[in-house]
Design a protein around this ligand. Structure first.
Ligand code: FES
Ligand code: FES
Length: 180
């Protein structure tokens, strides 16, 4: 008899509840892609180096490949899909990436966008040096770093001027926990 190694996990992602059966060793990034159908989160190195898999857990950026899906149970997860607002309005960071050619192949883009959006939400007036430091945690194999930086600096101006916030799904309370 084959032992059933899966367990049921309830995930709250972008304001929607997902009840999935998975092995406890499955990463959050894999669960998002394979069990929740949210393929916007990409996987690169799969061992915590590139940041491509960055998602927000309780409002903080985490490497989705380094956290088990079971560890996200009971917490609020936001992916790049969850940054888009009503009527598919792009988040200011997403919009700025399109306007400043912040992506080439696009593989690293979800991680950069999620990282930048969460940082600007908490730090509306960053300096260029601060943004360079923040963005240095992620890797772009196409090496388009200057355009990525330009895009995020542009988004910072828009967000500061418009008081824009990371889109909060209608069925999720605004203001996520800041506990890591
Ligand atoms: Fe997670 Fe590279 S895929 S850090
Ligand atoms: Fe290709 Fe960054 S745009 S890896």
């Amino acid at each position: 008899m084959t032992e059933n190694r899966t367990r049921t996990v309830r995930l709250q992602v972008n304001g929607e509840r997902h009840e999935v059966n998975l092995e406890p060793r499955k990463s959050l990034a894999d669960a998002l892609r394979e069990d929740c159908g949210l393929t916007g989160t990409h996987l690169g190195c799969e061992h915590g180096v590139c940041g491509t898999c960055t998602v927000l857990v309780d409002g903080k950026p985490v490497r989705g490949c380094l956290i088990f899906a079971v560890q996200a149970e009971g917490r609020s997860v936001r992916t790049v899909e969850g940054l888009t607002g009503d009527n598919n309005k792009l988040h200011p960071v997403q919009q700025a990436f399109t306007e400043h050619h912040g992506l080439q192949c696009g593989f690293c883009t979800p991680g950069f966008v999620v990282l930048a959006a969460s940082y600007l939400e908490e730090n509306p007036r960053p300096t260029e040096d601060e943004l360079r430091e923040v963005l240095s945690s992620n890797l772009c194999r196409c090496t388009g770093y200057q355009n990525i930086l330009d895009a995020v600096m542009s988004a910072a101006k828009v967000m500061d001027g418009d008081q824009a916030t990371i889109a909060t799904p209608a069925n999720e309370p605004s203001g996520t926990s800041t506990t890591g």
